[in-house]
Design a protein around this ligand. Sequence first.
Ligand code: UDP
Length: 311
Amino acid sequence: MKRVLITGAAGFIGSHLCDRFIREGYHVIGMDNLLTGNIANIEHLFALSNFEFYHHDVSKFVHVPDTLDYILHFASPASPIDYLKMPIQTLKVGSLGTHNLLGLAKSKNARILIASTSEVYGDPLVHPQHEEYWGNVNPIGPRGVYDEAKRFQEAITMAYHTYHGLETRIVRIFNTYGPRMRVDDGRVLPAFFAQAIRGEGLTVFGNGSQTRSFCYIDDLVEGIYRLLLSDYHLPVNIGNPSETTILEFAKEIIELVGNDQAKIIYNPLPIDDPKQRKPDITLAKKILDWEPKVSRTEGLKKSYVYFKEIV
Ligand code: UDP
């Protein structure tokens, strides 16, 4: 049985990855310090003999006994309000944490996939964003702690690849949504669902003309799985190119929830909020034969089932 270590295992994406690797017949070692992760996301796995959980902060030395075939590094605060609240931890997990995991991968002769982000493109001046674009990031702005940690993460991962010959994979994840997102994580989709369900105002930041492109979690997990098993070591965008303005997105959620009390209210735009974002997925299509399958209409319906339960 192949053994895979997944960091950030109790988080939104990490927990879905645990499920996928369990389904594929792997021995899964989940690791999380539960700073933003939620143990409830993986509770259903604890009874399985091919699942283990380590409560550990990967920015400290990481020890895992026995062999490892793969490491997936998904530990990090990941929403703008989380990394504003925890700027130092965000920087440490992306930098020191990645260094520890690269060292572990080297000592175990394991292949490592690291979770990078569309935030490496910052407030992009090229649209849609393809992998060759170097980005437009403000290093000292409020988002810099996340963006620069992830950019450092890519740099050190490439260095381990070229200097040590380590097998590395880099996925640049665009906005992703689905069940197990935290209602209070501050991201737009949980915020809008919670507000619409409660009949509150949907807090559109700015005039809502900024765009995002939302990918359903199952599509993302499929893309990551394919990338891990591919032989491609340069960064690959995984996201859904279907782009919407945030104002349109608010209206879609109001219509889906059907609560007459829910109205739109306008709040100030956060500093350095990217004006547009849409992945160019030509590369993923070519090398992974991957593209998203779940439309936003379908994905939002599935997410609504989840949010209705927890709000
Ligand atoms: N946003 C919003 N209202 C909210 C939360 C977010 O209008 O209550 C906007 C935010 O300003 C950004 C977009 O929605 O333009 C996506 O924000 P999110 O925090 O989900 O992630 P980002 O893509 O900015 O990392």
